[in-house]
Design a protein around this ligand. Structure first.
Ligand code: FES
Ligand SMILES: [Fe+2]
Length: 333
């Protein structure tokens, strides 16, 4: 399954503190925990001794003088070091567990305010890119998680889709009498697809909009379940400001027909508090959610004959071909 060799976001970094956190990825129960050096770990959420859920346990300091922290199973208290090796079996104090007494571990990293995991355990390859991350003029913050009863690819398609603005986001991102979509360009990139020249008439494109505006965006699919939109500044403001606000969509395919979603905003707005910016994003996304959850099938059909397409759906047709080319199997049909 190719999805096991991709990095997926699984939790907000800020939510991973002292206690282990249970998450789900590709139908698999995963425990996240943070060791004494602050490094995040993602393991199978199942103790190799008798199958208890490790996330019900606790993170404890190492008592054998080696520093670091250990994950303690809730059932018989076996303690595992950061590499997954069992180091202590409380029922047998003098026993040194052999190398075979090991918890199955996955790979974990942190970026974009999120913990990422890779189920094949390979700590290799790149996470989905978010160019704005390094732009210090832009403030970054995450919105979500939103748990959605739909497949991750249906979510990505919704993010790329401008022709729903006038209906799903009427009065906010669009208006039904202004629903026409100008032609735009789509091309393949080394990691996904890029749509440029995407224009929309928007009554309230951001929390700070004071009047309707014609807004231009580019949309990039950066990985099978990740995408980034960049707001292209109006020509006269490019020189003056030079930055491009953007929003990344990061999706955890918890199951084939369910996912957890985060948005990472890169905004020039340093004034408003985080809760206000997040509330705007919540409002927009909660407009999408019921429609997304109503789509049948919940998985995305990769056979282009299975649903109908027009020129306005060019980005979505490209996306389906891209997933098919990669051999993606989760969340598609
Ligand atoms: S089940 Fe984990 S220590 Fe026994
Ligand atoms: Fe939407």
């Amino acid at each position: 399954m190719i999805e096991k060799s991709l990095w997926h976001p699984v939790a907000l970094s800020a939510d991973l503190a002292e206690a282990p956190v249970p998450v789900r990825l590709l139908g698999e129960a995963v425990v996240l925990w943070r060791d004494g050096e602050g490094r995040a770990h993602a393991w199978q959420d199942r103790c190799p001794h008798r199958g208890a859920q490790l996330s019900l346990g606790r993170v404890v300091p190492c008592t054998q003088g080696e520093g670091g922290a250990r994950l303690e199973c809730p059932y018989h208290g076996w303690r595992f070091d950061a590499a997954g090796q069992c180091r202590e079996v409380p029922a047998l104090p003098g026993f040194t567990p052999p190398a075979t007494h090991k918890a199955p571990i996955f790979a974990a990293r942190e970026a974009h305010g999120l913990v990422w995991a890779r189920l094949d355990g390979e700590d290799a390859g790149e996470l989905p890119a978010f160019e704005a991350e390094g732009d210090e003029r832009l403030r970054k913050l995450n919105c979500g998680p939103y748990v959605v009863e739909a497949s991750a690819p249906r979510l990505v398609e919704n993010f790329l889709d401008m022709s729903h603005f006038g209906f799903v986001h009427e009065g906010w991102l669009g208006a039904r009498e202004m629903a026409a979509i100008d032609d735009y360009q789509v091309e393949a990139t080394p990691t996904g697809i890029l749509a440029t020249g995407c224009k929309a008439w928007q009554p309230q494109s951001t929390i700070n909009s004071t009047r309707p505006a014609h807004v231009e965006y580019s949309y990039e699919v950066t990985a099978p379940y990740s995408a980034v939109l960049v707001k292209i500044p109006e020509a006269q403001s490019v020189g003056a400001e030079g930055y491009r606000e953007s929003i990344a969509l990061f999706i955890c395919p918890t199951d084939a027909e369910r996912c957890t979603v985060w948005f990472r905003l890169a905004t020039a707005d340093w004034q408003r508090n985080e809760a206000e910016l997040q509330a705007f994003q919540d409002t927009i996304f909660l407009q999408d959610k019921p429609v997304l959850e109503s789509q049948q099938p919940k998985t995305l059909p990769l056979d282009l004959r299975a649903e109908l397409h027009t020129a306005a759906d060019k980005a979505s047709s490209f996306y389906r071909r891209y997933l098919k080319g990669l051999g993606i199997t989760v969340g598609v049909c």
